[in-house]
Design a protein around this ligand. Structure first.
Ligand code: NIG
Ligand code: FE
Length: 409
């Protein structure tokens, strides 16, 4: 594989001797930056880095990064990129003032995607998801969490997990798989909710865990979807099978999702548009990472999660795209950074930490992604020439990532 020297780097971001820790509260605004720097990659790993006064003379190949930033690739710890077809008709309904919940009640939304997915073959699903992954890489993403959740039957959820497994094997990015067994209640179970919960706990969770098809378990714990009691039951089953949870919570209401997630020591609770003092205090006493998905609030016209209050209270924040066909049909992490600044008043340093170090922790890839660390795999992006790091979220909508170097562990 040889060696690659990136030199004259305008801004080298998140380069550390050892894996950094999660950034919380005030530390979210402290960004690790070296100006006029170099990084040496050997056999796919970070060998060394420093400022230009110590730059090695030679390497197998040399990249000049004058005026550019070198950053760890983004981690995207919450996506639903295995899906079939699209839902632009619902996009139009929303423009005509129908709400997400009304669309869902009428068989649209997740149930609509489930119908489409059930008729698709694994190959079709793989090919479409592969194209999405490639586009995400071009935006600078190097690690992706992918959920099932559009199958809704045992067979179709397992089919989705098999597609995710193949993506793990064949894609150059690192992928984590989540069984989202309880994404929406299929219509035929409306009078028999317990039976669906039983299928999740007694069939989906055991099969996915025993066959190594899932790293995590997820439930949509929210108004109109699954209750706290149902969520508690399903998380208990997931705990028993050694699947940590990463759950959808408090997107549509103060659902109790944050509390039940923390009770089960969830790795992350995600969305959190409805977060008040109780929820913040619960999170402060836990190791659960609040993961915010600002493009969903943007796309559905919801109010945004109170990121500022959460950070000021001392919490960490991770950011993700939620890439899915209904509420966030985009995998552009750079746009997420801009939205987090513009709509949640996060600062440029905070969004950069949230999309790298913290996002890596939110999918447990912090020893391979989210920072540029000696001895660890080189997963780095090189930007265009930029005047400062704040320029990245400032230039919303553009893709300023020029080159992406990926090395799986
Ligand atoms: O994260 N909130 C639940 N699930 C997805 C929406 C999926 C869909 O509408 O298809 C989300 O926003
Ligand atoms: Fe989601």
């Amino acid at each position: 594989m040889g060696s690659t020297l990136i030199r004259n780097i305008g801004f080298l971001v998140q380069a550390f001797e050892n894996t950094p820790s999660l950034c919380k509260g005030k530390a979210m605004n402290m960004l690790n930056v070296r100006e006029n720097a170099w990084v040496l990659i050997e056999n796919g790993k970070i060998l060394d880095f420093g400022t230009m006064d110590t730059c090695p003379e030679n390497a197998g190949s040399i990249i000049d990064a004058t005026g550019k930033a070198v950053l760890p690739t983004w981690c995207d710890p919450h996506t639903h990129i295995v899906f079939h077809g699209s839902r632009e008709q619902e996009f139009v309904y929303k423009l005509q003032n129908m709400t997400y919940e009304e669309i869902a009640k009428n068989g649209g939304g997740i149930l609509n995607s489930a119908k489409k997915l059930q008729s698709a073959s694994e190959d079709e699903l793989f090919v479409a998801a592969e194209a999405r992954v490639r586009e995400m890489i071009a935006f600078g993403t190097g690690a992706i969490e992918i959920k099932s959740g559009y199958g809704l039957t045992f067979e179709d959820e397992i089919k989705m997990l098999r597609v995710i497994k193949r993506l793990k094997e064949e894609m150059p990015v690192t992928i984590k798989a989540t069984l989202l067994g309880a994404h929406a209640l299929p219509i035929e179970f409306r009078e028999n909710r317990d039976e669906f919960v039983r299928i999740v706990t007694e069939q989906m969770i055991p099969y996915a865990a025993d066959n190594g098809l899932a790293d995590y378990f997820d439930v949509f714990c929210d108004k109109g979807f699954f209750t706290v009691e149902e969520t508690d039951k399903m998380l208990t089953a997931a705990d028993k099978y050694g699947l940590k949870s990463k759950i959808h919570a408090n997107e549509l209401d103060f659902s109790g999702g944050i509390q039940v997630g923390v009770k089960h020591n969830a790795l992350s609770v995600d969305h959190l548009e409805f977060t008040g003092d109780d929820e913040i205090n619960t999170l402060l006493k836990s190791n659960t990472i609040p993961t915010l998905l600002p493009s969903t609030a943007f796309y559905l016209n919801l109010h945004f999660p109170p990121a500022r209050r959460m950070i000021d209270a001392g919490l960490p924040i991770a950011l993700a795209t939620d890439y899915n066909p209904g509420s966030s049909p985009s995998g552009n992490m750079s746009f997420i950074l801009s939205l987090a600044c513009l709509k949640m008043k996060m600062l440029p340093n905070e969004v950069l930490n949230a999309a790298t170090i913290n996002a890596a922790f939110a999918m447990e890839v912090q020893n391979t992604h989210g920072a540029i660390v000696k001895g660890q795999p080189a997963n780095v992006s090189i930007t265009q020439k930029i005047p400062s790091l704040a320029y990245l979220p400032y230039r919303f909508g553009s893709n300023l990532i020029e080159q992406v170097i990926l090395n799986k562990a």
